[in-house]
Structure formats: C-alpha cells, structure tokens
Write a protein that binds this ligand. Structure first.
Ligand code: TXA
Ligand code: MG
Length: 352
C-alpha cells in the first residue's frame, strides 16, 4: 500500500486542553473526506472511517491487513443514535442496555439498509457501540457520521492501549492519530448479540457477564470464547477464528498452585531464554524479563496492562518464550483475560 503522511495530535482525555476541540475538528474533517483517523477509546484505540462511505471502509481493511470476512463495529455518540443504523424496535434487552451506555459494550442487532455490507462483511446484523471515552464521542459528533472502527493494530498483533502502540503500527497507514492517553479498560468491548432469544456473549470484555445478567437476566457465552475452534466449525463472531494478540515469541500459559507456579517460573528464568508475565509477588527472581501486572486481587489492572505487556516482550532481546500466569478463575473481567490469553498462546497451557 501507498504510505501516507500521518499527523499525530495530542488531546487531553477530558477535553480540557485549549486546542482539543480544534484538533478534533481537524480529525473529523478528515473522516468526512473519507480518510482514516486512529482515536482513543476506554477499551483500546480504534482505527476509524465514515461507516457510510464504502471506499473509506475498504481502506480500513487495507491499512490493517484485516481479513475481509471480519465485520467492523459502528461507533455512535449516543445510544439514541443506534436506532438510526440498527433495528431496535421491540428489543427488550436493548431497551434496558441502552440506559447503561456509553459503556465498553457492543450490541449486535439487525442492521438497517443504510449500513453498507462491507462494514458487516456481508452480514445482516451490525455491532453498535457508544464509547465511554469523551474524546471518541466528541470526534464522532463533530464528524456528523457513524464511525466504523476496528482496533488500531496491524491484524494479528495485540490491540493498542497507548498512543505509542498506534504510532508503531499505523504511521504511514492512518491520516491522523489522536493521542488521548492510555486506555483504562485495556481489553476490547464485550460483544453481545441481541439477535437470539437469550443474549450471547461473542467476545467477553470490560462489561462483564455478571453485570449483564444483573440487568437482563440469563446470558450465554459462545463456545468459541474459551475453546479452540474445530475444523469446519461455524463461528458467530468471525474475529474469534484468527490467531490474535500475538507477540513475536511463543506464549505459554501457566496455571496451578501459587507456590508451584513460583518455583516453576524461577526455574524457567534460570534455564531458558524467556520472559514472564505475572502478578506482583508471584516470582522472587530478580530479572528484567519479569513483567508485573499488579496485585493478584486487582485483575482490572492485569487487564489494563495485558496488551502493553505482550508488546513489551517484543523489545526484550534474545527471548524465545514468554510464560504468562493465568488468573485463578474466569469470573468478572477474568473471562476476557482468559479469552485473549488463550488466543495469544494458541491454547498452549502448562499446569504447574
Ligand atoms: O473495544 C472495541 O470493541 C474496539 C474499540 C475500537 O471500539 N473495537 C474492536 O474492534 O475491538 P475489532 O474489529 O478489533 O473487533 C470487533 C469484533 C470482532 O471479533 C468481530 O468479528 C466482532 O467484533 N463483530 C463485529 N461485528 C459483528 C457482527 N455483526 N456479528 C458478529 N460479530 C461481530
Ligand atoms: Mg481487533
């Protein structure tokens, strides 16, 4: 692809900077003209284009090297806008969830004709999301159009949670990169289909199953969330079938009893060219190849740091493997951590 000149603009997350609106207006004008703008959200950075402009949408796929059959999420500035692009009429789950938006949540609903099929990769449904990030919502509002945006990483790489990640992947590919600080959730939104009798999580994220069930009752979790797809399996969310979130070296997941994990990791660090991703205090060995993920009890911090940690392993020289310790269970945000880690590791797990 032909490389572009990329402009990087800094804005403050709460839009308190003097030039913030001017910068976002510049970026919004680029969107209106069919260009590509990488922007911060509370989950991960997105690579956005006018969702109603087929040519602009096609250029997202080229810039990322994204497979054509993987649909994009459409971002709008408020929940009220969702029914302009999707059929929400009579959907009791949507009626409840719309009051929770903005949120790290994407709802799948039947699409209206105005959304081109290239956005949804030929599907009749569309993923709609109202990001919590003020910067993202202001950008959409100033653009005056819905913004189709996947995560702003090159396809296959960990999603970007810092502007530096986006600059690394999208310089020469996006017209504008908006630097709005670090993403606070750190994992992509929960993708929930509302097109079934019982809503189903296709991708777990910051809006947890427990939170959803308190609001709308029983919610299913798609098999593909924690299991590897078998040859020929149909997948509800095409993104699930690709190798994802992978750094350059091999990722191996470790689970088991705390003391056994510590002993195993110490041994690996001594005998192998490896790095370790674990919670504070899980390993006593002093090594610059240990990346700490915060307190074991605060797994939100683990989620926030995960993609950055995976990218950091690429900068450690001479490493062939990274051992990453999994949380103990799959409650709350841990379901999303498991889902991303299983994909980064291509389901390679050892028991300590
Ligand atoms: O947090 C997020 O969701 C970020 C930010 C930028 O909003 N976006 C994001 O987009 O993660 P992307 O394209 O990297 O992941 C979208 C996921 C993919 O797994 C895709 O297959 C699924 O959502 N998806 C999108 N539209 C869908 C649809 N109509 N039906 C089923 N799955 C869909
Ligand atoms: Mg992605």
């Amino acid at each position: 692809m032909l490389l572009k000149e990329t402009v990087v603009l800094k804005v403050s997350p709460d839009l308190s900077g003097e030039k913030d609106i001017e910068s976002l207006q510049f970026a919004a004008d680029i969107i209106k003209k069919g260009g590509l703008v990488a922007f911060p959200t509370e989950t991960v950075y997105g690579l956005g284009a006018n969702a109603l402009d087929e040519k602009a949408v096609a250029s997202i796929f080229t810039a990322k090297g994204r497979p054509q059959d993987n649909p994009l999420i459409v971002h709008v500035e408020s929940a009220e806008r969702i029914s302009d692009y999707a059929l929400t009429y009579d959907n009791k789950f949507f009626e409840t969830l719309k009051d929770e938006m903005p949120a790290p949540l994407t709802v799948i609903l039947p699409k209206r004709d105005i959304i081109p099929l290239c956005v949804t990769a030929g599907r009749k449904d569309v993923g709609m999301r109202v990001p919590l990030s003020k910067v993202a919502r202001k950008l959409i509002e100033l653009s005056g159009v819905p913004i189709a945006a996947p995560s702003a990483n090159l396809s296959g790489k960990p999603s970007p949670t810092k502007a530096s990640h986006v600059i690394e992947d999208m310089t020469g590919r996006a017209d504008v990169i908006i630097d709005g600080g670090n993403s606070r959730v750190g994992l992509e939104s929960t993708v929930l289909t509302l097109c079934k009798d019982t809503p189903e999580i296709l991708r777990p994220g910051g809006f947890t199953k427990e939170m959803l069930e308190r609001l709308i009752g029983k919610v299913n979790v798609a098999d593909a969330v924690l299991e590897a797809l078998k040859e020929g399996d149909e997948v509800a969310s095409p993104g699930m079938k690709y190798k994802h979130y992978a750094p350059k070296c091999k990722v191996v997941l470790v689970r088991g009893q705390k003391d056994k994990i510590s002993a195993l990791l110490a041994q690996k660090l001594q005998n192998e060219k490896c790095a370790v991703i674990c919670c504070d205090g899980q390993v006593d060995v002093k090594s610059q190849n240990v990346i700490f993920m915060g307190d074991e009890k605060s797994l939100e911090t683990y989620a926030e740091r995960l993609f950055d940690a995976l990218r950091q392993t690429d900068t450690l020289l001479g490493i062939d493997t990274v051992y990453a310790v999994l949380p103990k269970d799959t409650d709350g945000i841990c379901l999303a951590i498991y889902n991303r880690m299983l994909r980064a590791a291509a389901f390679n797990i050892i028991e300590a």
